[in-house]
Design a protein around this ligand. Structure first.
Ligand code: MTE
Length: 435
């Protein structure tokens, strides 16, 4: 029976079978190298390093998870300023401090949008930039088709407010809250931002390039440096999209919050894949392969899948949609004065559907109150909420926020472990001290 690749779950299962049988084609990396990495899985990679304070559940931000920057200087390879009140540096990445979002409105200002770079931000001139569409799903005898920046801007523009969130957002809580070992960047909850993206539809570009019905996968590739991991050159960042998603709602964005797309966020042009894990939204896109055969790259084989005892022995299907999370706009470990009214604020989001309800507990999870929404809940973005709180008892306590989306899914008290710490969805215990 032919597989309907327009159905996401069928796509995932089909791709998983093809990968397991070696039928998917490697896009630029030797399959043996991939299998080596794949077998090593997360087990061989260095586990998340956390301080004793982090392990005990105190504010994870204080620990040397990544070398601390002495000043507001940029992290290696990031162009924009990264003042410590807005960001926590983690290797080549910068995490948004959630408390820096308090009072900022629905969109994340560009000066505090998190940055996740596998290598470093390239400086690209829009005048020289070209997008090349190529591959065996173009008509027979058809060479690559090129689009300039101006040609892309002449196509009908679309605008959407969408989050981009790293699949590993919340990863550190597998360790600090659940006592489990995971590998990767020790994000707390700030590897997410919401922006108003403006750009051309990927579907318009693919149609203009003449993509045929033979197309199965679409592979955007970044112009940043090649990624070397554990001594293996993985090539440039690229992750296949099923043609169904590519033709559905994917944007080639050249503006973010009304500004030309900043260098750190993929300027001059990036892919924005609504509701899917951040790695799908390839920055600095330079070419797109359209393939009549399934493709695999490190980013949909050994990376961005779920491995571990609670998952199939060969790993899960490649990850697609984001999960459900909530965060307070408050510094972990903050002190709050007793007997004075305080407004707790935060944000919740889901990759599956609009957020339906958020409940907040100020006593470690015994009592829950419904939060008031400050946005109409919408797909692909977060909802801001608040709850008034007048603490009565001095001492340490934990604040909890728990979201339910319109599919009926509620954040659990424990996330299902996977070795690379993806898709953490459990309610996070946010430590504060009432004084
Ligand atoms: N695209 C390229 N070319 N290189 C990268 O390192 N990182 C990915 C994705 N696209 C990445 C990329 C990851 S893992 C995430 S979470 C998002 O970009 C982060 O987007 P941002 O840095 O604009 O927040």
């Amino acid at each position: 029976m032919p597989v309907d690749l327009s159905d996401e779950s069928q796509y995932d299962r089909a791709r998983l079978r093809q990968w397991a049988r070696g039928r998917a084609r490697s896009a630029g990396v030797d399959r043996r190298d991939l299998l080596t990495l794949f077998a090593a899985g997360a087990a061989a990679a260095a586990p998340l390093s956390l301080t004793a304070a982090e392990t005990a559940g105190a504010a994870p931000r204080t620990g040397p998870v990544t070398p601390a920057a002495p000043t507001a200087a940029a992290a290696p390879g990031i162009v924009k300023p990264l003042p410590p009140e807005l960001f926590t540096l983690r290797g080549t990445n910068a995490e948004t401090n959630f408390e820096a979002l308090r009072g900022t409105g629905h969109l994340t200002p560009l000066d505090r949008f998190f940055v996740r770079n596998h290598t470093s931000t390239p400086r690209l001139d829009p005048a020289d930039w070209r997008l090349t569409v190529w591959g065996d799903a173009l008509p027979e005898g058809h060479g690559p088709v090129e689009f300039s920046y101006d040609a892309l801007r002449r196509l009908p523009a679309v605008e959407r407010t969408l989050f981009i969130e790293c699949a590993g957002n919340g990863r550190s809580f597998y360790t600090t809250q659940q006592g489990q070992t995971v590998t990767g960047t020790a994000w707390t909850l700030g590897a997410i931002g919401v922006a108003r993206w403006r750009g051309a539809r990927l579907s318009d570009v693919l149609r203009k390039a003449g993509v045929t019905r033979r197309a199965v996968d679409v592979l955007p590739r970044g112009l940043d440096d090649e990624v070397v991991a554990n001594g293996v050159n993985l090539g440039r960042v690229r992750r296949p999209l099923p043609v169904s998603k590519a033709f559905d709602d994917v944007i080639l964005a050249y503006e973010m919050n009304g500004e030309p797309l900043p260098a750190d966020h993929g300027g001059p042009v990036r892919v924005v894949v609504p509701e899917w894990i951040g790695i799908s939204s390839v920055k600095w896109v330079g070419d797109i392969e359209v393939s009549a055969r399934p493709l695999y790259t490190p980013w949909n084989t050994d990376l961005y899948r779920l491995f571990g005892p609670e998952h199939p022995p060969q790993g899960s299907a490649p990850l697609t949609r984001q999960t459900l999370k909530s965060a307070f706009e408050l510094r972990p470990g903050a002190t709050v004065p007793a007997h004075r009214p305080h407004l707790l604020t935060g944000r919740s989001w889901s990759g599956a559907a609009p957020v339906h309800r958020v409940e907040v507990s100020t006593d470690g999870g015994t009592h829950w109150r419904r939060a008031r929404f400050h946005d109409a809940p919408r797909r692909g973005t977060w909802v801001r909420w608040s709850v008034p709180w007048t603490p009565r008892t001095a001492g340490p306590t934990a604040l909890l926020a728990r979201a339910t989306d319109t599919t009926g899914r509620t954040q659990p008290s424990k996330a299902v472990h996977n070795t690379q710490g993806y898709l953490f969805d459990a309610v996070v215990r946010h430590p504060v001290t009432v004084v």
